[in-house]
Design a protein around this ligand. Sequence first.
Ligand code: DC
Length: 236
Amino acid sequence: MNVSRLLITIDGPAGSGKSTTAREVARVLGLAHLDSGALYRALTLALLRTGTPEEEWEGLEAGTLEDLDIALEPREGGFEVLLEGESVGPELRSFEVTRGVSRLAGVAAVRRRLIDLQRSVAEEVGIVADGRDMGTVIFPHAHLKVFLTASLAERARRRLLQEARPADPAGVREEIERIRQRDEADAGREIAPLRRPPDAIEIDTTSLTFEEQVGRIVLEARRRVAEGLTGEDCAG
Ligand code: DC
C-alpha cells in the first residue's frame, strides 16, 4: 500500500477540530479531503431553498432526495460541493443551515442518499474523510480511523474563534449549550449515531496544539504504511 491510496477517517463531536485537522493531514500526506458535514449542510440548504417545511423533512422520500442535484467536484486539496452545478461556499455555514442540519442528518433516507456519493470519491484517490460516521458506516475498512475529542469548553472556545465571535465567558457559556445540544442530537439519534469506532485511535486535543494533533495522525498513517498494516483493499 502506497501513502497516496490511504483511506483515513476522522470522526468526532462538533467543534473537535475534525475538518481543519483532516484538511491539513490530507495536505501533508498528499491526499484529498472529504468534508462529509458539507454534504449534509448542502442538502439542508437545498431544502431551505425549496421552502420544504422542517416538519416534513422526516417524511422525505428517496425519490425527492435523489432529485436534489448535489455533487462533489474534485478541487485542489479535496472536493467542492455543488448544488445544481453551482458552488455554494459560505452559505453552507449560515446560521439557518447550522440550525437545521442536525435534524436533517437524523433522517434515514437522507443518510442513504449520501452513502454512494461519499464512497465513490474514495474509489479513485486516497482520502481523509471527516464526519460522524466515517469509520463506522461509510468506510468501515479504512486503513486508519481516528476519533477526535476535546473538552466542551475548549470546543466552544474554538468554534467562537473560528467564527470570529466574542469568546467572553457569557459567549462561551452560550456556545457550550449549543454544542451540547448538537452532541446529544448527533449521538442520540437512532440512525448512524456518533460513536467512536472500536478500532479507532482516540486523540483528546484539549491541550494539544494543532501541529501536535496533525503530527500524531500523520505519524500513525506513515507507520501503518511502513509496517504494512494497511491491507490492500479498503473502499467502502
Ligand atoms: O461537521 P459539521 O458541523 O459540518 O456537520 C454538520 C451536521 O451534519 C452535524 O449536525 C452532524 C451532521 N453530520 C452527520 O450526521 N454525519 C456526518 N458524516 C457528517 C455530519
